[in-house]
Design a binder for this molecule. Structure first.
Ligand code: ASP
Ligand code: MG
Length: 442
């Protein structure tokens, strides 16, 4: 089935107030049939996490206080969102039923399972509100329950066959609808329990839905004008990147460009569905298009990832030995710690990690194989673009921009799309500015 529909996802800030919801409603009612994925209103998921925290700590009073405050906030949103008494009532009933449900969990045993049910309420509420608003405006919209089609398997990975079958069955129930509204983030797991796709997972929902219905395009609407060529919080004069290849976008998302969740890219990439990043605050701006096409000979963007720890293992035993690297990697594997960057020489290897939960155990084990040095408070600077090895001049340009900055590691050649530098966090600003100047603002 080629539905040719677009899938549009709006994040928490895009639906963060009654006015924002109205703006989104206007944006999506252009006469085209579409599937719309919504996050919870901004701040809600965090508040639901806080409520769960109190319940874990067996403090129902603390939980109730926050629940009441959140409910009061939603009552105000409802009052502002709807014009007619009929829909104000519908909205209030919706809010009441969800908050009564949340409150019912303050009396019971509280586990991970209950927490997931509570976390799911944010998206259930925001989509319910939007659906009623559209109906009040006379739009033919229906709610597609994500819990009926979004599912993960025993490895907690999305189950694309199940998703496709169940979603299509849901769509067929409402062949005449113009707009289908559904929840991002939430799903059921292999045991049928309510679960989620991890924090920030609404992007992932949109991408999975896009792949399942063979959408013509997936749009991720946020409050910034596409993916920028550098971090706008740190560098002046950044500009949106018009086009990215999927792998370039994945590198950037992983290495700190906060705009898109890194896992989101995969389903769209495999299904070859373009992803467009757009701005709710400036809907006519071009944004960023992510697709399988590569633009030859172009450096696209720079991103940085903080809180990196570098570990060097030096051993003369590594000289001409085989199996040394395997032993080193096995140690990281046994502590479920993934490695970001690696550099090797004949007598040593340096790796970088961002998860230091098991750092002490890892260091203890590594000391069996060599002399170990640790550098903390480091950061990875990642330069992304068409960096195929046969192109000349691009690495040199990036390196030249780092001329005055102490560089701990350099990684190039791992993919065709990036070169990464490990530097001190305190040099990050200077590095990002210097790279922007050298690569984009000449
Ligand atoms: N509401 C969820 C969160 O805050 C999912 C999302 O917004 O993508 O993590
Ligand atoms: Mg988000």
């Amino acid at each position: 089935m080629n539905t040719g529909m677009k899938v549009l996802k709006f994040g928490g800030t895009s639906v963060g107030s009654a006015q924002r919801m109205k703006d989104v409603a206007r944006l999506i009612t252009d006469g085209e049939r579409k599937i719309v994925v919504l996050s919870a209103m901004s701040g809600t998921t965090n508040t639901l996490v806080e409520i769960s925290d109190y319940l874990y700590k067996k403090n129902p009073e603390g939980a109730n206080e926050i629940i009441n405050r959140l409910e009061a906030k939603y009552r105000r949103h409802i009052d502002e969102l709807y014009a007619t008494p009929e829909y104000k009532q519908k909205g209030m009933d919706l809010i009441k039923s969800h908050f009564d449900y949340i409150r019912s969990y303050t009396k019971d045993l509280f586990t991970l399972f209950e927490e997931k049910v509570i976390l799911a309420q944010g998206e259930l509420i925001s989509t319910g509100m939007m659906n009623y608003y559209l109906q009040e405006c006379g739009v033919n919209s229906v709610l597609l329950p994500a819990l009926e089609f979004m599912r993960t398997d025993k490895n907690a990975e999305p189950d694309p066959v199940y998703i496709k079958d169940k979603l299509r069955a849901q769509l067929e129930l409402y062949p005449d609808a113009d707009i289908y509204i559904t929840q991002g983030f939430i799903c059921r797991n292999a045991y049928g329990e309510i679960d989620n796709l991890q924090r920030g997972g609404s992007d992932y929902t949109a991408s999975l839905i896009g792949a399942a219905v063979n959408a013509s395009e997936i749009q991720i609407w946020t409050d910034i004008d596409g993916m920028h060529n550098n971090d706008p919080r740190i560098v002046d004069n950044t500009s949106p990147v018009r086009h990215l290849q999927f792998e370039e976008a994945a590198e950037l998302a992983y290495f700190g460009a906060k705009i898109l969740h890194p896992t989101c890219i995969q389903p769209a990439k495999y299904a070859n569905i373009p992803v467009r990043l757009l701005n709710t605050m400036d809907p006519s701006a071009e944004g960023t298009l992510i697709s399988n096409d590569t633009e030859k000979g172009k450096i696209k963007a720079v991103a940085a990832k903080d809180n990196i720890t570098a570990i060097k293992i030096k051993s003369s035993r590594m000289l001409l030995a085989y199996g040394f690297l395997r032993k080193v990697f096995e140690i990281f594997e046994s502590y479920q710690t993934s490695i970001d960057m690696i550099c090797t020489s004949e007598v040593g290897v340096s790796v970088s990690i961002d998860n230091v939960k098991h750092l002490n155990e890892i260091l203890d084990d590594l000391k069996k194989y060599g002399t170990v040095t640790v550098d903390r408070d480091m950061c990875i600077i990642c330069v992304v673009g068409d960096l195929e090895w046969e192109n000349v001049g691009f690495e040199a340009k990036a390196l030249d921009a780092m001329r005055d900055i102490p560089v701990r590691m350099i990684s190039y050649g791992g993919s065709n799309y990036n070169i990464s530098f490990l530097i001190r966090e305190c040099d990050k600003k200077e590095a990002l500015q210097s790279l922007s100047k050298a690569l984009f603002n000449e």
